[in-house]
Ligand binder design. Structure first.
Ligand SMILES: [Zn+2]
Length: 98
């Protein structure tokens, strides 16, 4: 196993994802890490994507916020977010999707 393309992110947290362990999956030679999302889903992510902030959730973040992007004047995503995060503010949401 080559250590060259391996970015060790085990145990670290990126956005909603906590890295559990290295998976046996490789993508273009890069290690895919098994992550546990705050929503309870597990997913695989490349270390570089995690480090660069490209991936911050299993995809639930995009499900919650995607509609907001689709129409910025009508905050569809936020009501979703509020349902899951009572007391959350629009600023918190923007922190998450930044
Ligand atoms: Zn999730």
């Amino acid at each position: 196993m080559s250590a060259k393309t391996k970015i060790d992110v085990s145990g670290r947290t990126f956005g909603r994802l906590k890295v559990i362990c290295e998976s046996d999956q490789r993508h273009n030679g890069h290690v895919m890490w098994k992550c546990l999302c705050a929503c309870g889903n597990e997913c695989l992510a490349a270390g570089s994507s995690l480090k660069n902030g490209v991936i911050k959730s299993c995809g639930c973040l995009h499900r919650e916020t995607g509609l907001r992007y689709a129409n910025k004047n009508r905050v569809y995503g936020f009501s979703n977010y509020k349902a899951n995060h009572p007391g959350g503010s629009i600023e918190d949401l923007e922190d998450l999707i930044r």
